[in-house]
Design a protein around this ligand. Structure first.
Ligand code: SAH
Length: 402
């Protein structure tokens, strides 16, 4: 028996590949050949629906008949998967005579080429063979693909390439709450520019030679200006580095991500925005508070307590959940204004500090009493303030974490 032991990657772009057979196996082969740019010719008396779609899309030529000798003329490669052993054997013989590599789905004895199980992540292609055991190869492939996708197998390039900026939402604090894409990009980064509220435990997983730049934003600590951050992202990308700008929550929710993305675009630097789980929704949830709930409210508003004037009358006008970010320092003003504009003084309020982290703590009171309760408990930023009747659900929905 011949053993496949010489791995090779082929450039099939614009080259003829003949597929004999029209069933689901043929369809899968044709689909990946088309994706790699091959000029695919299918020979089969009958073709299944997914293969018809590829033919209909004009990407494959079809000879709707039995295979006849001569069909392999001009081919660089042939796949035979007709389902008929004698046809496959005839194809394999012709391929051998013409010195064309032949992948023979039904009979590895007469095959001269084998398709591995393949995982593709970014530019990386991983092809796995496990001798004659395709299932074992697929399981290995799936394991490698999962590890590549979630960044636990690093995909860092060690050659120069185009620089790139990714604005990655890190989620509310728990390092498990970043997206798969975000984690993957972190695994590829040359430099990570990080905010104080980003899930910093993720930094521990970086390779030692990945540079970490603190963008600050801690009260009293040295803080880079927004302009300095923008310049740094642009300059590093231009020098060919893969830059991850790791932010807390979602980059486009009160995170100035839009400004950073615009600065990169204006400078002609490629930028990808990876959404994150925003603390505005996830932190109340971690404390057992859904921001909407059937029969209570179907509306919520996220308000920044930090910048700009607040439209108090409209916040107090309807039954809705109010979620204040960066609001702890203005708690007195928030409660007084909402009551002054008509919100009931006994409306429930929750303040959740450091949500989704081991330090998470929830303080519950009413609009009238929350200020003194928060003072007493020395509530500190970062915290999310939730105002509305949904807060009352907490007793029934809170988990051990909250
Ligand atoms: N882009 C972020 C918000 C940035 S503004 C997001 O989508 O979540 C920073 C504010 O977010 C903090 O002042 C605080 O109000 C809130 N915040 C962020 N992480 C938090 C956490 N783990 N617990 C409580 N509040 C948090």
């Amino acid at each position: 028996m011949s053993t496949p032991d010489y791995p090779l990657l082929l450039d099939v772009t614009g080259r003829r590949v003949v597929v004999v057979g029209g069933g689901p196996v043929a369809a899968r082969r044709v689909s990946s050949l088309v994706a790699c740019g091959a000029e695919v010719r299918v020979v089969a008396p009958y073709v299944c629906e997914s293969l018809w779609e590829l033919v209909g899309a004009g990407r494959v030529t079809l000879a709707l008949r039995e295979y006849t000798p001569g069909d392999l003329d001009g081919a660089w490669l042939v796949h035979t998967c007709s389902g008929d052993a004698s046809v496959d054997a005839a194809v394999a013989r012709e391929a051998d005579a013409q010195r064309i590599w032949c992948v023979h789905a039904g009979d590895s004895q007469t095959a001269t080429a084998w398709t591995p199980a393949v995982a593709r992540v970014g530019e990386a292609v991983v092809a796995v063979s496990a001798g004659g055991d395709p299932r074992c190869a697929q399981r290995l492939r799936n394991g490698i693909a999962a590890a590549l996708a979630d960044g636990s197998l690093p995909l860092r390039r060690h050659r120069a390439g185009e620089g790139h900026v990714a604005l990655v939402g890190g989620g509310p604090g728990d390092p498990a709450l970043i997206t798969v894409r975000g984690r993957q990009l972190l695994g590829q980064a040359d430099v990570v520019v990080v905010d104080r509220l980003a899930p910093r435990a993720l930094l521990d997983q970086l390779d030692d030679d990945v540079e970490v730049v603190e963008a600050g934003k801690a009260p009293h600590a040295h803080t880079m200006t927004q302009e300095a951050i923008n310049d740094l992202l642009i300059e590093r990308a231009r020098s060919g580095q893969r830059v991850v700008r790791l932010k807390g929550g979602d980059p486009f929710v009160l995170g100035r991500g839009g400004e950073e993305a615009l600065a990169c675009r204006t400078a002609g630097v490629e930028v990808e925005v990876v959404p994150g789980i925003t603390s505005a929704i996830a932190v109340p949830a971690a404390a057992g508070i859904p921001v909407t709930h059937r029969g209570i409210t179907s509306r919520f508003t996220i308000v920044s307590g930090h910048d700009g004037p607040i439209d108090w009358p409209s916040l107090a006008a309807t039954t809705q959940t109010l979620v204040f970010l960066m609001g702890v320092a203005r708690l007195a003003e928030i409660t007084e204004r909402l009551i002054a504009h008509g919100l009931a003084a006994d409306t429930p309020v929750a303040i959740i500090e450091r949500g989704t982290t081991p330090q998470q703590r929830t303080t519950v009171a009413t609009l009238a009493t929350i200020q003194s309760t928060a003072d007493h408990r020395q509530v500190r930023s970062p915290a999310v303030i939730v105002v509305g009747d949904v807060v009352a659900l907490r007793g029934r929905l809170e988990t051990t974490q909250s």
